[in-house]
Ligand binder design. Structure first.
Ligand code: SF4
Length: 158
């Protein structure tokens, strides 16, 4: 029987997922260009507990992120980040996997100037990723980033 981790991992390389994710990434880039939100580049959005922020996404999207990385984070690295309260990919004040970051990281800014565009975009993306899960008959799991990363690391997918 194929595990959920394997199903997400395999599907993340499929043409429908690659195309849909590329479209959403492009939408995010366009929205940021149009809105010009202020990024203080202080890593606040990646220090989840300290900033009172949580990053949630699906198993499929997590696999899509991880597939773009040369190596998977280890369980120890993810658990150390959980203890610190930050993201295992945070390096100094910057994202160490900028090209592969989740959609939620692409539309989250802490400049306080949001007029709802970030929430609307994130909601739209979440619906589309959920539809991908359904159309590809994939197990659906919507969970916190580091819990998903830890399961992928422990499952040794890839
Ligand atoms: S993936 Fe990058 S941008 Fe997203 S929370 Fe982690 S360090 Fe921050």
């Amino acid at each position: 029987m194929v595990s959920a981790l394997d199903a997400w991992w395999d599907a993340a390389a499929s043409a429908p997922v690659q195309q849909a994710m590329a479209e959403m990434v492009a939408e995010g880039e366009q929205a940021v260009r149009a809105r010009r939100p202020l990024c203080l580049a202080n890593g606040n959005c990646c220090n989840f507990e300290r900033f009172g922020h949580a990053l949630w996404l699906t198993g499929l999207e997590t696999a899509w992120c991880l597939r773009q990385l040369p190596t998977m984070p280890t369980t120890d690295q993810v658990e150390a980040a959980m203890r610190r309260g930050d993201c295992p990919f945070l390096q100094g004040g910057s994202c160490g996997v900028h090209w592969a970051r989740p959609l939620g990281c692409r539309a989250y800014f802490c400049d306080g100037e949001g007029d709802g565009w970030q929430e609307a975009l994130l909601e739209s993306w979440h619906g589309r990723v959920r539809t991908l899960h359904e159309s590809l008959a994939l197990p659906y799991r919507y969970d916190e980033w580091r819990r998903l990363l830890r399961d992928f690391a422990a499952g040794r997918v890839g």
